[in-house]
Design a protein around this ligand. Structure first.
Ligand SMILES: [Zn+2]
Length: 320
């Protein structure tokens, strides 16, 4: 039973495992983790900018002396809110899946994010969305700091005497999503395979892989589940996300088969019991991804155009 409050900062999960939470979990406000055994330390993800990452490291070091030196860092995936702070722990051995390492280099760069926010006024709807979603972060002076070590499928790490399993479940949210499972403590850090209280977002897909990732977590002997965004949860939170994808996929497929364009479908699908979740505009990206899946289109989504469509969705009258 999870009794942790959803408050900003470090949360002790027991047995020297910690979660670092950043409410409200919306765009860019991600969670991270820390695993300690004796003097050994493993950080799970960095944050969206250097200031936030430094603040997190300071708070970890204040409460947990072994965090003074971070030995290993695992990036659960390549989105900036999980790896743009890597340069502040560049001395650590940085570990990620091969596909995550590739996407760190080929994905949206910090310089592109900085330009997007800086030039927001001149960029119309895309700029409007960039300011809304990313305007609170500072993308200056970020040097992409890729992994030193990559793996395919699964990798077991030892933090002191503690076993930590890395399990690649992507492509789903991104190309190389990875779960970080600590069997002895019955804890799993899921990265953005789980958003709790907010809409998940399918950048990569397919949806079937994401459903399989949910099943993989549901089959684990775990009690405490730390999502990539939102409050700490348990298997009920995983079942909710699974239900969301089943619902969205079915609703999108009906409209795809009826010949309705993707953006219109996104506006047409009732958010139903998910209406109270934040970031409802992500349905635009999710429906676009499901349409690509259904049509056999394996190209990457056009992120800029989807940002523009999300702004349109949020505009007055944009959502039916
Ligand atoms: Zn994230």
């Amino acid at each position: 039973m999870n009794t942790q409050q959803y408050t900003k900062g470090l949360h002790d999960l027991g047995n020297s495992v910690y979660a670092y939470l950043q409410p409200d979990g919306s765009w860019g406000w991600s969670n991270a983790g820390l695993v300690i055994d004796g003097k050994a330390s493993l950080l799970i993800d960095t944050l969206f900018d250097l200031k936030l990452t430094q603040e997190m490291l300071d708070s970890m070091r204040k409460s947990v002396p072994a965090a003074a030196q971070i030995d290993m860092l695992v990036n659960t995936h390549a989105n900036g809110d999980h790896c743009y702070g890597n340069q502040l722990v560049a001395d650590a051995e940085i570990i990620a899946s091969v596909r995550t390492a590739e996407e760190m280099v080929t994905g949206v760069s910090p310089a592109q994010m900085a330009a997007l926010v800086k030039n927001a006024d001149q960029l119309g709807q895309i700029g409007e969305f960039a300011r809304y979603a990313f305007g609170s972060f500072d993308f200056e002076n970020i040097t992409v700091t890729p992994p030193d070590k990559t793996f395919d499928g699964e990798l077991t790490l030892k933090v002191g005497d503690k076993m930590v399993h890395l399990i690649e479940v992507g492509p789903a949210h991104t190309q190389g999503d990875t779960l970080v499972h600590i069997p002895a403590d019955r804890i799993v850090f899921t990265g953005d395979i789980l958003f709790i209280g907010g809409h998940p977002i399918i950048w990569a897909g397919p949806t079937s892989n994401w459903l399989r990732a949910c099943d993989r977590i549901l089959a684990m002997d775990v009690e405490t589940i730390v999502p990539g965004h939102g409050p700490i949860t348990d298997k009920k939170g995983v079942a909710e996300i699974k239900g969301y994808f089943e619902y969205i996929f079915d609703e999108a497929r009906k409209r795809y088969e009826a010949g309705m364009p993707a953006f219109e479908a996104a506006r047409d699908i009732p958010l139903d019991r998910y209406a109270s979740w934040s970031d409802g505009e992500r349905i635009v990206v999710n429906v676009a991804s499901i349409y690509r899946e259904l049509s056999g289109d394996t190209t990457h989504p056009n992120v800029a155009s989807l940002f523009g469509q999300m702004a349109l969705f949020l505009a007055p009258g944009g959502q039916s």
